[in-house]
Every structure is written in C-alpha cells, then in structure tokens.
Design a protein around this ligand. Structure first.
Ligand SMILES: Nc1ncnc2c1ncn2[C@@H]1O[C@H](COP(=O)(O)OP(=O)(O)OP(=O)(O)O)[C@@H](O)[C@H]1O
Length: 315
C-alpha cells in the first residue's frame, strides 16, 4: 500500500505552548482523509506543518515520498492548498486571478496536464463569474474559487481546510459532488478538515479525530461508529399505566435504564440491541402490556466525536 503522507511524532510549540503534542499517522494514496477536532485542537497548525508553511518543532513529515523539512520546493508543485478566501487580490477578475495562480504554480515546476480553468469553474458553479472582480463575489463563491485555485495544475495531494463552511446547502452539495468526482482518480489524495460530521461521513475514507494537539481516534467512519455499539439505545412507548420498571431491571445486556412514568416511556442503552428488544417484548407480552411504539437510536459520527472530545464542564 502506498502512502502519500507519513507523519511521525510531530510536535509544534509556540513559545511555551505546545499546539501539537507528538502526532503520528499515515494517509493512503488515493484516499480522502478527514481531520476532525474542536476549535483550537491544532488542525490548522498540523495542516500548516504538512504543507511546509509552519516549521515543525520536532518529528518528521514525509509527503509524496519526500521530506517536507528539506524538500518542500520539490513537493510544492505537486500539492494544491486551499487558501483562506481573504488572502486574494480583490481587484483582479476571477479569470485574472486564476491565470495568476496558474503562472505561479508553473514557475514552481514543469507544466502539468490538469483540468482547464473553464472546466473547474463549471464544476464549481462559477462559470458565469469569470469577469467578476473577486470582491464582487459572495463569501460562498470566494470559497469555491479557493477550491478551484487549489486544483490548478493537477495536484497529487489536495488540502482543503473546511471547504464548505460558508456554503449554503445547495453549494455544499455541489462541492461534495465535486470532491467525490476528484476521489474517482486513484492517484489523487484529498486531506480535509471539517466541522461537519455529515461531510466527513460522506466524503472521507478515513477519519482522524484530534484534540488538544493529539490523535485520539482514527478509523473509517463505519469502524468509528461501530466502536460505539455499547451506546445503542432503544426507546419503548407503552400504553398508559401498564408498565413497571421492575419487569426489566435484571436485563443482562442493558447498561442503562431510564423510565419516565409521566409519559410511559422506557429508554434502554444496551450492548445487544436484538436480544434486549426480544426480552422486553417477551416480558411485555407475558405481563399483557401493550407496546405502542419503539425506536432504535443508533450512534452517529457526531456521537463518536462528542464522546472523544467532550470537555469536563468543570474545566
Ligand atoms: N502563531 C501562533 N502563535 C501562538 N499560538 C498559536 C499560533 N497559532 C495557533 N496557536 C494556538 O495553537 C492552538 C491550535 O490552534 P489551531 O489554529 O491549529 O487550531 P484549530 O484546530 O485549527 O482550531 P479551529 O477549528 O478553531 O480553526 C490554539 O490554542 C491556538 O491559540
């Protein structure tokens, strides 16, 4: 298996403050790798170090088979970085700005084939904006323009920092479809940060959750969620005044039982959904209790994220 990126025990300090505290991970070539973490977790610092913009304090980063600390000039023509939208020259037209960045990228190495500017803009819903000045674009349009710029000259690794944070639902779906299309190319690796769990679940083959400068969980979205199976819960709605908690208090797999006698609802957290459900239905039947409804709450990636990054309220 080829890895586009290998990060080994990387640390970053700003004065006495350690923003990244020894992180190690690998990213498979051709995959979409998501970096998730709460505000201040160190995502931007980490991305900056991988892109060669922020010097590392210790450890090593190997990108596309080259050492970022010593070979960044050779690496740069092969990576595309989505810049923050406010950094652009506001007085240039979209066409001029794209040409400008294309020339800059060509100056860093031999021309690469890549998609045309027109194709990129069309796929990102910006075809009619070629003649607009950058400061005449909306926030969401500037964000999509920043993705187009990251893709100029056909990069092998594309870094997207919260690519859809300012987008309305329609533009977000358009951008997701665009990223999904990028993923079709087995040679392209996409590394993105996001706060949207739906985005991470839909786009990422692998997710790394970081907090306080450390890796705290890693895996594909399904694996991370299945690690939370112990938290699956079933809710039962019984007919008024029939059910008593004592009927189910000895259930083997239940880790938590919550009974509300005002609403006649029972919530059971369990390790074995099917077995627990069967037991409760059997007991209800033998006690002649009518079960009006039941619902299974399956954990989501958001539950995984929250369980790993929840702050102690006393902090
Ligand atoms: N140039 C700097 N000098 C000093 N401290 C910094 C600097 N840049 C970042 N930090 C600190 O490092 C920590 C991590 O910041 P970083 O921007 O990497 O987090 P983040 O995960 O990207 O957050 P967000 O989701 O809010 O963008 C924060 O506590 C921040 O204050």
């Amino acid at each position: 298996m080829i890895h586009s990126l290998e990060v080994h025990d990387v640390r970053k300090s700003y004065g006495d403050f350690q923003a990244v505290k020894g992180m190690s991970f690998k990213v498979r070539q051709g995959s979409c790798f998501g970096i998730l973490g709460p505000n201040g977790a160190g995502k931007t610092t980490l991305l900056g170090m991988i892109e060669g913009i922020v010097p590392i304090s210790s450890g090593s980063i190997n990108l596309l088979g080259m050492d970022v600390a010593t070979q960044i000039r050779k690496i740069q023509p092969r990576i595309g970085v989505q810049l923050q939208q406010n950094n652009y020259f506001q007085f240039l037209s979209v066409a001029q700005l794209l040409k400008f960045y294309q020339q800059l990228r060509r100056a860093g190495g031999p021309p690469r084939k890549g998609q045309s500017i027109e194709w990129l803009l069309q796929r990102l819903g910006l075809s009619d904006k070629l003649k607009f000045k950058v400061d005449e674009l909306s926030g969401g349009q500037k964000q999509r323009l920043s993705i187009a710029i990251a893709l100029l000259e056909d990069p092998d690794v594309i870094f997207l920092d919260e690519p859809t944070s300012a987008l309305d639902p329609h533009s977000r779906h358009l951008t997701w479809e665009f990223i999904e299309q990028l993923k079709q190319d087995p040679n392209k690796t996409v590394i993105l940060t996001t706060h949207y769990m739906e985005e991470a679940e839909r786009l990422c083959d692998e997710i790394m959750i970081m907090n306080d400068g450390r890796v705290i969980a890693q895996g594909n979205p399904a694996e991370l969620v299945s690690g939370m199976q112990a938290r699956q819960a079933i809710q039962f709605q019984f007919a008024k005044g029939q059910f008593k908690l004592e009927y189910v208090q000895d259930l083997a797999d239940a880790t938590d039982l919550h009974w509300d006698d005002q609403t006649d609802r029972l919530r059971v957290t369990t390790r074995e959904v099917a077995q627990t459900m069967r037991s409760i239905l059997e007991r209800s039947q033998s006690q002649r209790i009518d079960v009006i409804n039941f619902d299974i709450d399956r954990p989501s990636l958001e539950d995984v994220f929250l369980s790993h990054t929840a702050k102690d309220p006393r902090e």
